[in-house]
Design a protein around this ligand. Structure first.
Ligand SMILES: C[S@@+](CC[C@H](N)C(=O)[O-])C[C@H]1O[C@@H](n2cnc3c(N)ncnc32)[C@H](O)[C@@H]1O
Length: 324
């Protein structure tokens, strides 16, 4: 058997970033922590568990769309691209596309370095014909490709509705970074969760088994471990709500009592009921997302939606971009 081709590039953010971002977030009137810090080893494991929950329709719906339309996606997007996946997690969804797209190389990018390393190795073993260039990077800051990636037309893959974690203006900025990365003639296949019934949305982010609650609370465990804070987890609870006016799910950690927390030599006061805002997940109609993508310079090629209109998959291309 030929040896799998995998390389690993480590541009992971420094340890000081978490401290700086948490201290900045706790200095605001609405205290907050950026969602990228969910993904330590335990957070990555809990996220995978969330994707298997009965309430969490996005993963199974998007996966079914990818399976159903894999051939059509390859037909429309073409083959032989450099396939770049920011926030690749366990690389589960890209595997559905490899046979059809026959990429010249796959570049999974993730902030969770150890999880990425394992996932990329597994891809390389299961697809020995595929070059894999894994990159540990904070994609909100940088989207540079490793120096040894082959040249070629670029197709970005951004599933999981992770675009919903950005406020709409920031989403346009981020899509613009992807447009620059794929360049003229480049494409983006992106999964976007659709607006729907509030009860369905809230259940997806507050499951009966409490896995999403554990995922949210794990942020405090991480901050205790990495920043020497003294959060008492028993004094915090998970909350998810659909903010209809903003079209977004919000996740918060709610302080059950009035309490003081020390962190890096500073003390923070939390009132009973006060929250730390940990994540937004914006939902879009197909038309709203097309408009957002066009603001970033992407034209829509094709949109696929499941029969229950839960989730959408958009194939986009940059500007005057159809490679001939
Ligand atoms: C919601 S999960 C989605 C995983 C996978 N793409 C899917 O659709 O199932 C988000 C992934 O993006 C990664 N991530 C989050 N913020 C990131 C950032 N700023 N830079 C790089 N990766 C990030 C996380 O580590 C995690 O693997």
């Amino acid at each position: 058997m030929s040896r799998p081709l995998v390389s690993f590039h480590d541009l992971r953010p420094g340890a000081d970033d978490l401290a700086a971002d948490v201290l900045a977030g706790f200095s605001r009137a609405q205290k907050s922590i950026p969602p990228k810090y969910f993904y330590d080893a335990e957070g990555s494991r809990l996220f995978d568990a969330i994707t298997r929950l009965p309430e969490y329709y996005p993963t199974r719906t998007e996966t079914a769309l990818l399976r159903e339309y894999a051939d059509e996606i390859a037909q429309k997007a073409g083959t032989g691209h450099l396939l770049v996946e920011p926030g690749s997690g366990s690389c589960t969804k890209a595997r559905i596309l490899f046979e059809g797209l026959q990429p010249c190389a796959y570049v999974p990018m993730d902030i969770a370095g150890d999880h990425l390393h394992v996932a990329a190795q597994e891809v390389a073993v299961d697809f020995p014909w595929l070059e894999v260039h894994a990159t540990c990077i904070d994609f909100t800051r940088l989207m540079t490709l490793p120096p040894d990636t082959p040249e070629g037309r670029r197709l970005a893959f951004f599933p999981g509705s992770s675009i919903g974690n950005f406020d709409p203006d920031a989403a346009v900025g981020f899509l613009g970074m992807i447009a620059d990365m794929v360049g003229p003639g480049g494409q983006l296949l992106i999964g976007v969760d659709l607006k729907k019934d509030k009860a369905v949305l809230e259940a997806a982010y507050d499951d009966a088994r409490g896995v999403t609650a554990a995922f949210n609370l794990n942020l405090l465990t991480r901050i205790n471990r990495e920043l020497g804070a003294d959060f008492d987890l028993a004094q915090w609870r998970h909350k998810a709500l659909y903010n209809e006016a903003q079209g977004r799910i919000e996740m918060h950690l709610v302080s059950r009592v009035a309490q003081l927390v020390s962190l890096q030599g500073r003390t923070f006061r939390f009132a009973a009921g006060e929250t730390i805002h940990t994540e937004n997940s914006y939902k879009y109609s197909v038309a709203e997302f097309r408009e957002l993508a066009s603001r970033a310079g992407f034209a829509t090629d094709t949109v696929w939606v499941d029969a229950d209109r839960l989730f959408s998959l958009h194939l986009l291309q940059t500007g005057n971009a159809h490679a001939t």
